[in-house]
Every structure is written in structure tokens, then in C-alpha cells.
Design a protein around this ligand. Structure first.
Ligand code: GLA
Length: 392
């Protein structure tokens, strides 16, 4: 993170104040139980382009954020369950014998423990403290970062080393099988595998990741509208079902293999599915084009593709929301903006813009002020450099 602007300050600051999540998790562990044996960390992400394409076997272009979730862990005396203290949520004891409450904040932790145990990864008695710098519910993948960080801690305690792809797949299974959200692989994969200084073009069919640099004269601005929305999971499942119906009607295993001309083969009764599919087909192409533009250092082209992505998500896929549309419109009309779009699942939370580096400070203060004047909400904007994937 190179800067932040919010209501409290006109000028972007140079970094988040105070100790990092990793330092806080370690300090809390030290206070509670003594020195941790290990500390794992995994970042949140912002997706630059390629939205709602991952579960269609398509392409995504996310980067890791300089915001981590950290887990400080150590061995514990044997007894019932694993005690985990979370800075934000308090303490919980994870006992495999007790049935899981999927509404409880600890469901992601429990899910990782259970699925790793099913895979034969059993660290013996352990305990941990957890801290995070990733805002929850902001579409920055706080859940995926928690899953990756906890999995890395348990694997580390057990003496295992798993490839980032295997860790990401386990995290996705936690979402799909334990939490009950039918999400794709993007969030966990970028959190586990990101290369510092680069976004990653991920082929969600092969899971191959190709690092691509951010153009030198541009900077990524993550814009948190401060809005959060409930029931995102049911809208998400609805979109995913629409895509599956469109693919089935075209006799394809996924929309990855569909072409725009195929849309004419969908019957009139599938008019909604046609719109969803049109977004996925065009978004896959935009994502490939954006990755090429990044390799070419063509920031203007990336910005134009981000604009087109947002318009398609708003009009065809219908997963934007009033605050997201508002901040995207304001960003596009603010100094140095090359392009702006919603990011992540949608409806609320964060948008992302690509901004001329020289104008970035002005951009932040103008967007915050105009957003406040237009809808009375306080946005926070972070200027982010791509961070590294999870590590011990
Ligand atoms: C959420 C999901 C991802 C992806 C995005 C939309 O973040 O967790 O798998 O589908 O929405 O692109």
C-alpha cells in the first residue's frame, strides 16, 4: 500500500499506521501463550478484470493486495479441540466432535481443519491467534485469505508443503462444501500464488498463472464505497446457475468454449441466460486483451477494457449496485483516471481504478470528496502495489 485517502485526511498517507497483521498476531500469541512456532500470512486481492468468469472455466486478472490475514500458531497441550483467538471476533474452540454451525464466524477455520484432516493432515494439538488488515465484506477476499493462511499454518505445523494450487483448491472446497457458497477458484489461487509486483493472468480451466506487470506510469486504486450487502451468496448462485443453463443449452461443458455467434442458438425462453453468457464471453476476451495490454505497457488500453467490463457487469450480468456505479462514474471523471470498474462478486463493497501515477494523490482526494457530496458516504481509497502470495 503506498497511500490511503479517506474522510479524515485530504492527503493520501504513505502507509497504514501501526503494526501489521503479522506483527499483531505474533504479539497476541506471545501475550497469551508465549512465542508462536510459526506465523503464516495470506493477502486479500483486487481483481483488475475478468469478473464472474472463474466458475465458467474462463480467465481472470487479479493481484494480491498489501493487506494480509495472519495466523500465529504453536503446539498445545493435548486436550479437547483447537483454541483460536481472533483479534476481531474473540475466541473459539474447534472440536471436530461438535457439529459445525455454518452461520458462525469460525466456519472457514473449521472447514479448513476438517478438510485437511480428511486429507490426512493432522498437526496434533495446536492453538493460534489470528489478525487481519483486510476489510470484511468489501469484495477483497478476506475469507479466501483466512482459508489460505490457516491452511498454510496447519500444513507448516504438520511438516507438509503443498503447492499453491492445492491449497487454493482446498480453500475453494471449504467455500463450496462447508460454507455453502458456490464460488470459483480465483480468490484462493491469487492469495496463495501471487508474484510481488505483478498481477496474474489465471486460466481457471488449467489453473495456469502468468505474471503480468502493472504499466510503469499507472497505479491501482482500490476504492471502498463503505457499503456492504447481505444475501450476495444467493444472487451469486443465481448467476452461476444461469451460466450453467446457457452452457447446457449450447451442449458445452462451460461458457469458456462459447462464441458470441452461439448466443443466437439460445431459445427466447433463455433471454436472461443469453445476457449472462454475453457478459462471460466478452469478459473473457477483455481479460486476455488486458493481459496483452499490460505486457505491452499500454495503460490506456487496459483502462478502456476496465470501463467496458463494468458496463457489461452493470447492464448484462446485473451484479453492480448504486454505490458501485456512483463511485465508478465519479472515478472516471476524476484526475488521471484511465478506467474504473466494480471488483469481486459485486452489489456493494469495492471498485477499482487504474490511474496515472502522477495524478494519483489528486484522484484520491477528488473521488472521496465527490462521493461524499453525491451520496453522503465516506469512501476509503488505497493506492496499491501488487503484493506476494501467502507464505510462512
Ligand atoms: C467472488 C468469488 C470468485 C469470483 C468473483 C467474481 O469473489 O469468490 O470466485 O467468482 O466473486 O468474479
Amino acid at each position: 500500500m503506498t497511500g490511503v485517502a479517506s474522510s479524515a485526511e485530504a492527503e493520501p498517507r504513505t502507509s497504514r499506521p501501526g503494526p501489521t497483521a503479522r506483527e499483531r498476531a505474533a504479539a497476541q500469541h506471545h501475550r497469551k501463550w508465549g512465542s508462536p512456532l510459526l506465523v503464516s500470512r495470506a493477502p486479500g486481492r483486487v481483481n483488475l478484470i475478468g469478473e464472474h468468469t472463474d466458475y465458467n472455466d474462463g480467465f481472470v486478472l487479479p493481484m494480491a493486495l498489501p493487506f494480509d490475514t495472519a495466523v500465529a500458531a504453536s503446539r498445545a497441550p493435548s486436550g479437547a479441540g483447537v483454541e483460536i483467538h481472533s483479534e476481531g471476533f474473540g475466541s473459539v474452540v474447534i472440536d471436530p466432535a461438535v457439529p459445525m454451525d455454518t452461520g458462525h464466524w469460525s466456519v472457514h477455520l473449521r472447514g479448513v481443519c476438517r478438510l485437511l484432516s480428511d486429507e490426512g493432515v493432522n498437526p496434533g494439538p495446536w492453538r493460534a491467534t489470528v489478525a487481519t488488515d483486510i476489510p470484511a465484506g468489501a469484495s477483497l477476499s478476506s475469507s479466501a485469505a483466512l482459508e489460505v493462511a490457516v491452511a498454510m499454518a496447519i500444513l507448516g505445523l504438520s511438516g507438509f508443503e503443498w503447492a499453491p494450487q492445492a491449497i487454493a483448491k482446498l480453500g475453494q472446497r471449504v467455500e463450496n462444501e462447508v460454507v455453502g457458497v458456490p464460488s470459483g477458484i480465483m480468490d484462493q489461487l491469487i492469495s496463495a500464488s501471487a508474484v510481488p509486483g505483478h498481477a496474474s493472468l489465471i486460466d481457471c480451466r488449467s489453473l495456469q498463472s502468468t505474471p503480468v506487470p502493472i504499466p510503469p506510469r499507472a497505479v491501482v486504486a482500490v476504492m471502498d464505497t463503505s457499503t456492504r450487502r447481505e444475501l450476495v451468496a444467493s444472487a451469486y448462485a443465481d448467476r452461476r446457475d444461469s451460466c450453467a443453463r446457457a452452457a447446457a443449452a449450447l451442449s458445452l461443458s462451460s461458457l469458456r468454449d462459447a462464441q458470441l455467434a452461439d448466443l443466437n442458438r439460445l431459445p427466447p425462453s433463455l433471454s436472461t441466460e443469453r445476457r449472462r453468457a454475453r457478459h462471460v464471453i466478452t469478459e473473457n476476451q477483455r481479460t486476455l486483451d488486458a493481459a496483452k495490454a499490460m505486457s505491452d505497457g499500454d495503460a490506456d488500453a487496459i483502462g478502456a477494457l476496465m470501463d467496458a467490463s463494468h458496463d457489461s457487469l452493470r447492464d448484462e450480468y446485473q451484479v453492480s449496485g448504486p454505490a458501485l456505479d456512483q463511485i465508478v462514474d465519479i472515478a472516471r471523471a476524476s484526475p488521471g483516471c484511465l478506467g474504473a470498474r466494480m471488483t469481486g462478486g459485486g452489489f456493494a463493497g469495492c471498485a477499482v481504478a487504474l490511474v496515472n501515477a502522477d495524478d494519483a494523490d489528486d484522484f484520491c482526494s477528488v473521488v472521496v470528496e465527490r462521493f461524499r457530496n453525491s451520496c453522503g458516504l465516506e469512501a476509503a481509497i488505497w493506492l496499491c502495489e501488487p503484493a506476494a502470495g501467502g507464505s510462512l
